[in-house]
Each structure stands twice: as structure tokens, then as C-alpha cells.
Design a binder for this molecule. Structure first.
Ligand code: SIN
Length: 556
């Protein structure tokens, strides 16, 4: 019987009473990482690809700016590595960064041969944009600001040609099934739910978590509604180690118009010369950083929040007028259309902007091939913590990460060639609580507000303690319930991930990369390591830089 505190699965079930499906690999998530994994497994491998909603609803499809790759004649792999390491503020795993950048350039070249369209310069070579933290133009983009949807289109078309691939869309992966019959625990599949078919057991030789991030935990976010941290929570309950959860990257420029979603205003707009100003037209970044509005995201977001705190204003302004209305529409047609919908013409108007949660740096700890420390469980893309981003991801390195580590996970799975662990009888019971109705949307919005206020761009120990107290309170009455649909499971996942991220932020008593502590404003060289968390182990462990990539060695 499982209680709230030791919940390893969210629902009670008996595996032999549920429909059973078999495959070689189940890939949970349909963003770039999941799609690239499926493609890498090839046409002889029996894959089930799970999408929580439609296959093309992911952070990948929403990505604007582009894909960073050292492909321009003036650029080198070493330049790109240097910029990635600098942004990562001492916590990047240098070997893994080299893998990302070297293999990334090959992956991107391959994408072009697969038919991905990119914008071209007059000579016909891929046009290279600039974004914060890059010292060279190296961002490939499509239709100016629609890179993610073109990448998703290209990869989805390709996976659809795989003869043995099955796509389960609008399917919610609830938990990883763990085979505990042998001394060495191993993943054996997942339990999932579909509105038409109900609960199902999917037995698989390998399970890949590629579920993306957890931006929805923050009230202000650039992420789609599916980004609720499900993969991190699932892997945690299965017993895999998590790392670097305190590092949530805040994007400096999302549209700030009352009632509108926080539409991303791509950093590429600043790459084309737009600057951040206050109401009087003074540059926000003057005297803050020599790189001005193109400093790394952590620096720019912090400068904006400090400016807002000092002035009491609600937002700052992005001045892109130097591009001219026509120039803006040509380079950023999607953004121009979206802004036009709010009556804003970037040729004449200043664009109201505000930072928002954008990219989860931490997640499920993996080695450079996407292996977690639970046998047969792999993770790639935003959900994974490979150490490649250190304490702050460099702009446009995320699609690249999905491509590279999706491909590497596929190779690792083919190499490991694990035997099928299931079917076996798995009985999980949960002590039912009768506590009456719960307003899930109220908890969800309270949690998101608390995270934004207390776990946002600038944090303090006192406020982190406050939000931890809130999580303890919410957990007491929400975690020991049994829900029957995704609305409840998402809230339980958000509570799990939010609490862990807050604990991590409280533990890291320094400011580094995306993690800013007003009460510990400096970098502490003694804390130059990764914070690890593991289910069933009280507290955390530290891993030094260099150690993250070797997950198996760290197995207790
Ligand atoms: C952007 O276009 O600013 C987002 C790109 C990224 O997150 O790397």
C-alpha cells in the first residue's frame, strides 16, 4: 500500500487486468528529441511514439529564433564551444559540450539533406542570425521566426515513413513501470491513459523520456500548456537521479499585454539591433553589461527585473524601430502578424516586454548518450540534464540538443539491445482518501503564482522557505488522491517538480547563471558542482563538474 510520501506510481492498477501492448521502444514526447530518437531507431525497430496532445504541439514547434550550428565559413566549432561554456557559468560538462557542438553541426547539415527549409543569403548559403551570448552569427532560421514549426514538419514527415512506428497521440504517459524482480532494477514500459481506450500497459525493452520542460509551473511562461514537468516527475518516481533543477532559464522578452499569452519575442530581434529601453527611452542595459541587450539571458532578465523593482513599472520596452516596419515584417513575418493582432506596428511602436520562464536547464540526469541511472530508461532534450548547458543555456542550443541527444539515445538503445522485461504481474494499490472535492485549477494557478513570485528571476531564502511551506501544505491534500484524468496527474507532477526545484534553489546559496539569490549575490566557488536528487534518499548530493556524464559509476 502506498502513501502520499512514498508514492512511486500515481494510480492503483493490476497490470494483468489492463490491455497490454508490446513494442521495442516507447518514446514519450513528440518534440525534436523524441522525433529524432524515433528516426534514429530506424525502420526495423518497433517504436511507439507518445504525444500528450497533437503530435505537433510542443516547445519545438513554438521555437522561433533557430538552431545554432558552427557552419559559417568565419566560424569554428571551438568558437561555439567557447560561447556555450561562457554562458554556462562554470557548470558545463566540457566533454558533452564538445559532443553537442561537433555532432550538432553534422546533424544540422543532415537536416538540410532531409528537406528542412532554412532562410538563405543572396549567395544561397544558409543565412546566419545572431543571438545573445554568441560572438558569431551562427543561428539558422526558417521564415524568419518559424524555425521550430519547420523543423517539426520535417521530422514528423520523416517519422511517418517508418513502417513499424505507431503514433499514440492525445495519450498521457502516467508512469514508468519498473521491474524490481532482479537486484538491478530496470524500466520495463509505461502505464498510459487515452480518452478513448482508458488505461493501457505498454511493455517495452527501452523507455525514452523526451517530454520537454516544465515552464507551466511559472505563471509567466513562454511554454505551451503541455510543459508541466511530467517526464521529470515520472523519472523521479521510477527512481532515476535528477540534477540541476534550480536552473530555470527566464527569457527576457515575452509580450506583455494584459490578457494575452506571453508570446515569445525572439532574441533574434535583438540580434537584428533592437534594444531594451525604459519608458523614457533609456537603454536598460547601459552600464550593466558591455554586450548590451545581447548579453546572455540570465544577465538581461535580471537587469529587467531589477529595473522593474526599482521603478515600480510593470514591463520594459523593446525598440525595434530602427529595422523599419517593412524590414521587421520581412525578417520576422510571424511576429509582425502576431503584434499586428494587438495593434502594434514594430516600425512605429515600442513593444511591451517582460521576462518569462522559458527553458528548464536541469532534469533527469543522463550521460552523454542519454542513459539514466535506471537500466533501460533514457532521457533526451529539455527533460534531460546532460550538463551541456551548465547553469544557463546559450540561445538556440536547445533544438540542437534535441537533435544530437535524440540521435545518441537511439544509438545507445540499439547498442544496449535490452531484452523485454515484461509482461509480469504488477499490482499497485493506493490508500484511498475521502477528502471531498478538490479545485484543481485553483491549485494549479496558486502554484504558478507562488513559483513566479518566489522562484522567479530573483530569489531569497525566506521566500523560498515560504513556497516550500506552500508545497508541503498542498502536497498533504493533493498527493494522496487518486485522479482519473490528466488534469489531476499534471497537478501532481507540477507539485512534485516544483517542490524539488524549490528545495534545490534553497540549497544553492549563491548566484550563478539562471539562479539568482538576492541574499547570496555572488558566485561561490565552493558550490561549482551539480545538485543531485534521488527518490527515497533524504536530501541531496553534490557531483563535481566532470562527474555528471558518468551516471552508471555513480550508482549507489
Ligand atoms: C528565441 O527565439 O529567442 C528562443 C530561442 C531559444 O530559446 O534558444
Amino acid at each position: 500500500m502506498s502513501h502520499a510520501a512514498d508514492r512511486t506510481l500515481l494510480i492503483p492498477f493490476r497490470s494483468n487486468l489492463l490491455p497490454q501492448i508490446f513494442c521495442d521502444t516507447v518514446v514519450v514526447g513528440s518534440g525534436v528529441a523524441g522525433l529524432r530518437t524515433a528516426i534514429g531507431l530506424g525502420d526495423q525497430h518497433d517504436v511507439i511514439l507518445i504525444a500528450k496532445e497533437a503530435i505537433d504541439l510542443s516547445n519545438t514547434s513554438w521555437a522561433q529564433g533557430g538552431i545554432a550550428a558552427a557552419l559559417a565559413p568565419h566560424d569554428t566549432v571551438d568558437n561555439h564551444i567557447a560561447d556555450t561554456l561562457e554562458a554556462g557559468a562554470g557548470l558545463c560538462e566540457p566533454d558533452v559540450v564538445r559532443v553537442l557542438v561537433e555532432q550538432g553541426a553534422e546533424e544540422v547539415s543532415q537536416l538540410l539533406t532531409w528537406g528542412m527549409r532554412v532562410d538563405r543569403d543572396p549567395a544561397g548559403a544558409p543565412a546566419m542570425g545572431l543571438e545573445g551570448g554568441h560572438h558569431h552569427h551562427r543561428i539558422l532560421h526558417t521564415d524568419g521566426d518559424a524555425t521550430g514549426s519547420e523543423l517539426a514538419r520535417c521530422l514528423i514527415e520523416r517519422v511517418r515513413t517508418l513502417p513499424k512506428l505507431r503514433i499514440f497521440d492525445r495519450c498521457f504517459a502516467i508512469d514508468v513501470l519498473v521491474d524490481t524482480r532482479r537486484q538491478q532494477r530496470r524500466a520495463a514500459g509505461i502505464v498510459s491513459w487515452h480518452p478513448r481506450y482508458g488505461l493501457q500497459i505498454i511493455w517495452a525493452k527501452s523507455v525514452v523520456v523526451a517530454t520537454g520542460g516544465s515552464g507551466q509551473l511559472w505563471r509567466e511562461t513562454s511554454n505551451p500548456r503541455v510543459a508541466t514537468g511530467d517526464g521529470v516527475a515520472m523519472a523521479w518516481r521510477a527512481g532515476a537521479t535528477l540534477a540541476d533543477l534550480e536552473f530555470m532559464q527566464f527569457h527576457p522578452t515575452t509580450l506583455y499585454v494584459a490578457g494575452a499569452p506571453r508570446h515569445l519575442i525572439s532574441e533574434a530581434v535583438r540580434g537584428e539591433g533592437a534594444i531594451l529601453v525604459d519608458r523614457k527611452g533609456h537603454s536598460i542595459m547601459d552600464g550593466v553589461d558591455d554586450r548590451g541587450s545581447l548579453a546572455t539571458r540570465d544577465v538581461v532578465s535580471r537587469a529587467i527585473m531589477q529595473h522593474l523593482a526599482a521603478t515600480g513599472e510593470s514591463h520594459v520596452l523593446l525598440d525595434a524601430r530602427a529595422m523599419g516596419g517593412e524590414g521587421f515584417r520581412k525578417r520576422f513575418p510571424g511576429l509582425a502578424r502576431m503584434l499586428g493582432g494587438f495593434g502594434l506596428d514594430p516600425g512605429h511602436d515600442l513593444i511591451p516586454v517582460h521576462p518569462a520562464a522559458h527553458y528548464c536547464v536541469g532534469g533527469v540526469r543522463t550521460d552523454r548518450n542519454g542513459r539514466t541511472d535506471l537500466d533501460n530508461l533514457y532521457a533526451c532534450g529539455e527533460v534531460a540534464a546532460t550538463g551541456v548547458h551548465g547553469a544557463n543555456r546559450l540561445a538556440s542550443n536547445s533544438l540542437l540538443e534535441g537533435l544530437v541527444f535524440g540521435a545518441r539515445v537511439a544509438e545507445a538503445i540499439l547498442h544496449d539491445d535490452a531484452p523485454q522485461a515484461g509482461p509480469f504481474t504488477l499490482v499497485h494499490e493506493v490508500e484511498q482518501q475521502d477528502r471531498g472535492e478538490l479545485d484543481l485549477s485553483d491549485i494549479r494557478s496558486s502554484l504558478r503564482s507562488a513559483m513566479w513570485r518566489n522562484m522567479g528571476v530573483e530569489r531569497t531564502g525566506t521566500r523560498l522557505q515560504d513556497v516550500l511551506g506552500m508545497f508541503d501544505f498542498w502536497n498533504r491534500y493533493a498527493m494522496d488522491r487518486v485522479f482519473e484524468n490528466p488534469e489531476g496527474w499534471e497537478v501532481q507532477n507540477m507539485l512534485t517538480v516544483g517542490r524539488l526545484a524549490t528545495q534545490a534553489a534553497l540549497t544553492r546559496t549563491e548566484s550563478r547563471g539562471t539562479h539568482g539569490r538576492a541574499d547570496f549575490p555572488a558566485v561561490d566557488s565552493n558550490l561549482c558542482g551539480h545538485l543531485l536528487w534521488r527518490y527515497g534518499q533524504s536530501g541531496h548530493a553534490w557531483a563535481s563538474v566532470g562527474a555528471l556524464a558518468d551516471v552508471r559509476a555513480a550508482r549507489p
